[in-house]
Design a protein around this ligand. Structure first.
Ligand code: GLP
Length: 262
């Protein structure tokens, strides 16, 4: 696993955006580049930089197909806290991606399980995901796979923990009871099936989660720890998130990344 430590959030975002942009530009196959995407505050800097590069004519999303990680159940597209709305507002409305290339789980579907099964099939129909960008929650949830979700899980219906509803209530007028308790989410297995996974971890409040992700045991208690079993996993993080790494782990990652650039 690579852990790329950057000085601050801006540099982390720039590094991750450049990494993704290079993958898209270098994709020479006949089929589209398939990109998995997260919501949350962590990826906002990456989205802003990718939009900038697209507007500057340095990058195009015409041959990119996207699959988002998750969505709340019961929020219509036009609800300003739906992930559909978030993605269009922060990213899709500002780049040249064809609308038919965008895939987001529909939390208003009549048959939610059928919606999730069809999502898995659609991912497979493109030959899988080339690069899944993700973020994690303070409890280590990857997508909406809360602690004790199987590390083999596939796209499905999930219940949020009270802790996550409290954390996410900052977007719902600080009222946890307004946060939908059911969500649709890709599984840990869906994410780890991707050729590459790039997870953003920033800020002091994610320090424990970063330590569990890279130094803890692989455990369903910290679903992000499944990334240790992935052959193409990269964590991009900022200094603030490194507070609970051991000194030797911190030094190791800095040392090895210096060599990666040689
Ligand atoms: C939500 C999303 C996750 C995201 C997490 C972290 O729970 N469903 O996919 O990774 O928030 O959010 P933030 O980046 O705002 O800390």
């Amino acid at each position: 696993m690579r852990v790329v430590i950057q000085e601050n959030y801006e540099k982390m975002s720039k590094w991750a955006a450049d990494y993704i942009a290079a993958k898209i530009r270098n994709h020479k196959e006949d089929r589209p580049f398939v990109l998995g995407l997260p919501t949350g505050s962590s990826p906002l800097g990456v989205y802003a930089e990718l939009v900038r590069q697209c507007k500057a004519g340095e990058l195009s999303f015409k041959n990119v197909v996207t699959f988002n990680m998750d969505e709340y159940v019961g929020l219509p597209h036009e609800h300003d806290q739906s992930y559909w709305y978030f993605m269009h507002d922060n990213f899709f409305d500002h780049i040249d991606i064809p609308a038919e290339n965008i895939n987001i789980l529909n939390g208003m579907a009549e048959d939610l399980q059928a919606e999730c099964d069809a999502y898995e099939k659609k991912i497979a129909s493109y030959g899988g995901i080339d690069l899944f960008m993700g973020g994690i929650g303070v409890d280590g949830h990857l997508a909406f796979n809360e602690p004790f979700t199987s590390l083999n899980s596939r796209t499905g219906i999930r219940d949020l923990t009270t802790d996550t509803m409290i954390v996410n209530s900052r977007f719902f007028g600080n009222d946890p009871s307004k946060v939908p308790s059911r969500v649709l989410s890709v599984g840990i297995g869906t994410v780890t099936d991707s050729k590459e996974v790039l997870v953003l971890i920033n800020g002091h409040n994610k320090a424990r989660a970063l330590a569990k992700t890279v130094m803890g045991s692989v455990s369903q208690m910290w679903t992000c720890s499944a990334l240790q079993m992935h052959n193409g996993a990269i964590i991009a993080c900022d200094e603030a998130a490194c507070g609970e790494l051991t000194v030797d782990a911190y030094k190791y990652f800095l040392d090895i990344e210096k060599k990666e650039r040689l």
